[in-house]
Design a protein around this ligand. Structure first.
Ligand code: C2O
Ligand code: CU
Length: 470
């Protein structure tokens, strides 16, 4: 039996002592220029030192997998070697990638069978914080640990002393530290907020200590890899300034003491100036009426000089995204429906109209534009280079982080109000009853997924695709 999430996390907070942050291992290249990523079972000390290890699935058997760091415009070559008992693929989340490398089984490639391998070769056009993860039985494979950070460095190195990636996950563990397998595939959770964890980690560690050095200006890259948890985060002892969302630069803006939201699959890049007098700090998560400490920052005296933070934080150079203009855009309506407390009565599933009772039997209880699950035909087909506006209508009682593969988009209208200058995002959170219009230029040919990144919602029907002509 697992305990109530709240109690379990509180108890965890009482565990004394902080282990050192495992430097997220970097991926190394083989002789042929490929990074070999072996998807395989492994063991991780998620519960902490001296506690039972957790059997995970990870790239090189670790979770997060090795951090892949490349320069903007570089060719990335990764060989996925499947040593799992299930077929798998890798999706490069947020990368405006060539379609054949997007990693979607049944749409852009065949799933890689156990014992087989697949070579991913693509260029990373945009600098920023991205990530990679399994896209096959994603709700199970990601919950078991199959993800990692993909960092694309700017061509000219920005003026930060250090650059630290923080991958935040919530695991559902048993008291003995095993992955809680009984809760995989529970329809009740799929129809509600998804499979929420009871054990939060940063870079695979519970409450790690992250040393910062006095006088440094540090870039922190936060990635939410949770299946379903929308995190509300904050910091003490440090004044975070946001410089990018989902990899794309924004005008640097101080967050003040305000909590900031990060939903599944989203990233936030922050800059902090480390002032010794603060005496340290922490990364916090707010949940219900509680404050949880995710990671602890300790401030040390640098042993070598740091460049520091004399000047103001400059905006990062913009990525080469096509400009979006709404004039002449093709408009597509995307009604989101289903879930507990929803009004969905019947939708199409595998070409057949099913009533809610029959949908429940096949575990399809969410729908996009009247269809549950991946439809045969695309939601729409755009000409290459055409501007597209998708009008998303969240006709459900639940929030949904909506992700589009292969593109970044801008919110142009939110609940009947025009929005100016929204950041480019690849994943945007829609709250219950939200009506949000987003725009992008369909400049990348291929078959692209559009789905909710609450992975239980995806599995239970909230997924569709569109096509951009060659
Ligand atoms: Cu993060 Cu369909 O992906
Ligand atoms: Cu959803």
């Amino acid at each position: 039996m697992i305990s109530d999430r709240r109690q379990f996390i509180q108890a965890a907070g009482l565990v004394a002592g902080y282990a050192l942050l495992p430097g997220l291992a970097f991926a190394g290249k083989d002789n042929d220029g490929f990074i070999n990523l072996e998807a395989r079972p492994g063991k991780m000390p998620l519960l902490g030192k001296g506690k039972p290890l957790t059997g995970v699935w990870g790239y090189q058997g670790t979770s997060p997998g090795p951090q892949i760091r490349v320069r903007q415009g570089d060719e990335v070559k990764v060989r996925l070697i499947n040593k799992l008992p299930q077929p798998t693929t890798i999706h490069w989340h947020g990368v405006r990638i060539v379609n054949a490398m997007d990693g979607v089984p049944g749409l852009t490639q065949e799933a890689v069978q156990p014992g087989k391998s697949f070579e991913y070769v693509f260029t990373a056009p945009d600098a920023g914080t991205y990530w990679y993860h399994s896209h096959s039985r994603t709700w199970e494979q990601m919950a078991r640990g199959l993800y990692g950070a993909l960092i694309v460095e700017e061509k000219d190195k920005p003026a930060f002393d250090r650059d630290i990636t923080l991958v935040v996950d919530d695991w559902r563990l048993t008291r003995e530290g095993k992955i809680h397998e009984e809760s995989f595939g529970l329809l009740r959770e799929w129809a509600h907020g998804g499979r929420v964890g009871n054990w939060l980690t940063v870079n695979g560690q519970e409450q790690p200590e992250i040393p910062l050095y006095e006088g440094e200006r540090v870039r922190l890259r936060l990635i939410n890899v949770c299946n379903a948890s929308i995190l509300s985060l904050g910091m003490t002892g440090l004044d975070p300034v946001v410089i990018a969302y989902d990899g794309q630069p924004v005008q640097p803006a101080a967050l003040g003491g305000n909590p900031f939201g990060i939903s599944p699959a989203q990233r936030i890049d922050l800059v902090v100036d480390v002032r010794a007098k603060a005496g340290g700090g922490a990364l916090l998560a707010f949940e219900d009426n509680q404050v949880l400490e995710l990671a602890k920052f300790t401030i040390r005296t640098p042993s070598s000089p740091v460049a520091g933070f004399g000047g103001k934080i400059a905006r990062l150079p913009d990525n080469p995204l096509p400009d979006f203009a709404p004039a002449g855009a093709m408009e597509v309506e995307l009604k989101m429906e289903g879930g507990a407390m929803g009004a969905m009565r019947s939708v199409i599933y595998k070409g057949e109209k099913l009533a809610i009772g029959d949908l429940v039997k096949v575990k399809q209880i969410w729908a996009l534009a009247g269809t549950a699950g991946l439809p045969e035909a695309p939601l729409f087909t755009a000409r290459r280079g055409q501007s597209v506006i998708i009008n998303m209508i969240n006709d459900t009682a639940w929030p949904h982080p909506m992700h589009i593969h292969g593109f970044h988009y801008k919110v142009v209208e939110s609940n009947a109000k025009p929005v100016e200058d929204a950041p480019w995002r690849d994943t945007e959170l829609l709250l219950p009853r939200d009506r949000i219009s987003l725009g992008f230029v369909a400049d990348n040919p291929g078959k692209w997924l559009l789905h909710c990144h609450n992975l239980e919602h995806t599995a239970a029907g909230m997924i569709t695709w569109f096509e951009v002509e060659a």
